[in-house]
Design a protein around this ligand. Sequence first.
Ligand code: SF4
Length: 289
Amino acid sequence: MSTPESPPDRATLLASLRDYVEQIREEGLEGLEGRSSVAASTASAKTPAASASRSSTMPAQVAPPRAPSPAASTPATDAPPHSAPTELFYLYPELEKTADLATLREFIGECSRCKLAPKRTNLVFGVGNPKADLMFVGEAPGADEDLRGEPFVGRAGQLLTDIIERGMGMTRAEVYICNVIKCRPPENRNPEADEVAACEPFLFRQIDLVRPRVIVGLGTFAVQAVLKLKTPISKLRGIWHEVRGIKMMPTFHPAYLLRNPAEKRVVWADIQEVMKVLGRPIPQRGTRG
Ligand code: SF4
């Protein structure tokens, strides 16, 4: 007669559940519908304001009117001429006066413009070449990034570094790396609509100031937030889009690749497209991951 195994503890169950939800989110499912959420989801589908929020309890702290979309979801053409729209900066008009990344960082300061501020250890602004041809944009800092004040320094960051260095033959110092959200959401939860609204102008100003030739959007959240789309990443990746006049290639987040190593193949295909546009040689034998 076998002895029943002891059930996993609550922390293990929660970690497994969080991992599962992150995985299905990356694959394009927006949520799991519970009994009590059916009516709410039906109602929210009728109201853009409600559907824009990932939470049914959107805080009243920041609920600004939405500015016109900064992005075009149509495939980009070569070197599209574009004068950056200014409407994005209606929240912080002085942003437009920031002449470089250093003054932008000064402008942001010890930011408390959204409810993520009290929980962070460090604000994670961005790193790399201020005149980079290539920019990577992720979602938000995780625990390692929060501690060190630098984006993509944990396990997923190591994989991104491998993609840049071993896959593309570049260095981290040659590219620019940042996130949509500059402060870590508690427990790595999804950033909420009010937090995105408060923080995204900083990202768009970073894009304007770096003016890379290509942006690589990493993962569902970053790509959907930047493009203002709800389309699953699995349908967006591999197709050129445009953000503020700059070509953007969406692809899977490195954290997703850690859980699904077989998908490295499609990310490598996306990265090869990026390298073609940048005019960089593609290694014959990839040493990726
Ligand atoms: S997430 Fe962005 S808006 Fe919110 S406190 Fe941090 S820097 Fe400021």
